[in-house]
Design a protein around this ligand. Structure first.
Ligand code: UD1
Ligand code: CA
Length: 450
């Protein structure tokens, strides 16, 4: 199937009560319009077109950032969905083939559904509309059918009582030959209750010309549209439920699925285990057989096969853990490559660093990577032992099989095989503790009597 995608995203979305355009509000870490456009990822799409209006500049920038090949058109005034489609006409001057209209605020339309619509086109329907049976049809447009044929779509505002009783509703997704879609959209009038140019009117106009229209149906969840923050939360929940299910189908153990949050692009390999209360922010890949323990937060990172992360670990962007790495509790890793089998088990910060294979980083180690203006790099070799509470003042290099003594502040490079000790020598004062205790306890007694 090769098809043109037209995504309408000019509406204001006033019920979001937001300073940001509705379609930029995020679901699973990606703007909802990215989800809507994402349907194209697994389909053969000849072109993607987005119509913007409210907040047009920011929506345009976001869309072009997703893919600079997407064509963006502006609808200066929101005069209706047919008018919005007409704004995209320049993209279709010489276009052959079909086009499908989607909404930027309806993020979950599946590629399989568009394929079913394309099949209906192949089977002779000139116009194919995606419908659904609504539990509560509310203010959706109603699909008026005659046998198998769709004859008209009536908007709720214009519907009679009898038409409002129909539960087969319009999702808004419409497919037709691009030329037909554009031609009919341009002839739609605005003589209706809303005074808008309704795209839905192309069905009746087409029918009058002898074109046939058919309905393909999908589940109501798939056509979920977002108008309010409450809808946004529902959409997030739908996404998460799908993502959890998909992870388990792909062989990931989720001990408490409802407490694990995925992003639009999370990728987790087979036989990985994810304990409760884990958050995958965008950009995370976890290889097979890794374990992500409870209460960990991962973003923009890669976890190698057999690695164990957490509990209570934080992997920030650029954290690259090779196979069998161990990152323990209260450890933060950022922009750092950790070599095979290396361990950072307790209470450490590893940022802007390279850590060699089989190196052990002791509790409380900090890579002091920031001088207040610049970031500097720490390079640690293979099979190194970093003693607890070492401060590695970057830029710094620690050679292979070197050691640092506990509590060392490392300010000079340590060659291979050397031991760095940088701390004050200890002195014991004979009996001083005992004398001090006696003095303090006496003082306490005096205060109580006071
Ligand atoms: C539309 C359909 C209705 C359907 C419903 C499903 C029409 C006339 N009605 O109604 O049958 O049941 O969606 O949710 O099409 N937009 C523009 N420019 C405009 C107007 C709208 O880009 O001038 C965009 C909006 O940003 C939105 C989409 O088109 O993404 C739908 O517009 P909206 O006003 O929400 O249409 P509904 O009244 O919900
Ligand atoms: Ca709507």
């Amino acid at each position: 199937m090769s098809i043109h995608l037209i995504v309408l995203a000019a509406g204001e979305g006033s019920r979001m009560e937001s300073d940001h355009p509705k379609v930029l509000h995020e679901i699973a870490g990606a703007p909802m319009i990215a989800h809507a456009l994402g349907v194209a990822d697994t389909l053969e799409v000849s072109a993607r077109v987005v119509v913007v209006g409210h907040g047009g500049d920011t929506v345009r920038a976001t869309v072009l950032n997703l893919d600079e090949d997407i064509r963006v058109f502006e609808q200066p005034e929101q005069l209706g969905t047919a008018h919005a489609v007409s704004m995209a006409a320049p993209a279709f001057k010489d276009a052959t083939g079909d086009a499908v209209v989607l909404y930027g605020d309806t993020p979950f339309i599946r590629p399989e559904t568009l394929t079913a619509m394309a099949d209906a086109r192949k089977n002779g329907a000139d116009i194919v509309v995606l419908g659904f049976n609504a539990a509560d049809p509310a203010r959706y447009g109603r699909l008026i059918t005659d046998g198998n044929t769709l004859t008209r779509i009536v908007e709720w505002k214009d519907a009679t009582k009898a038409e409002r009783a129909i539960t087969l509703c319009n999702s808004g997704v419409i497919m037709a030959e691009a030329a037909t879609l554009l031609r009919l959209s341009a002839t739609v009038g605005n003589d209706n209750a809303a005074g808008e140019y309704y795209l839905t009117d192309i069905v009746e106009l087409g029918h009058a010309e002898g074109l046939t229209a058919k309905v393909v149906t999908c589940s109501e969840a798939e056509t979920l549209g977002i108008n309010t923050r409450a809808d946004l939360a529902v959409a997030e929940a739908v996404f998460q439920a799908n993502a959890r299910h998909e992870a388990m189908v792909n062989g990931v153990t989720l001990q408490a699925p409802d407490s694990v949050y995925f992003s639009y692009d999370t990728h987790i390999g087979r036989d990985a285990i994810v304990e409760p209360n884990v958050i995958f922010a965008p950009g995370v890949t976890v290889e097979s057989g890794a374990t992500i323990r409870a209460f960990s937060h991962l973003e923009g990172c890669h976890v190698g096969s057999g690695a164990v992360v957490g509990p209570y670990a934080r992997l920030r962007p650029g954290a690259e853990l090779s196979n069998n790495v161990k990152i323990g509790n209260f450890v933060e890793v950022k922009n750092a490559q950790i070599g095979d089998g290396a361990k950072v088990n307790h209470l450490s910060y590893i940022g802007d660093a390279e850590v060699g294979a089989d190196t052990n980083i002791g509790a409380g180690t900090i890579t002091c990577n920031y001088d207040g203006v610049f970031k500097h790099k720490t390079i640690i070799g293979k099979r190194v032992f970093i003693g607890s509470n070492t401060m590695l003042v970057a830029p710094i290099t620690i050679g292979d099989e070197a050691m640092t003594a506990t509590g060392t502040i490392v300010t000079r490079d340590v060659p291979d095989g050397d031991m760095a000790i940088g701390r004050h020598r200890q002195e014991n004062k004979t009996g001083l503790a005992r004398r001090l205790f006696q003095k303090l306890r006496a003082a306490k007694v005096a205060v109580k009597k006071g």
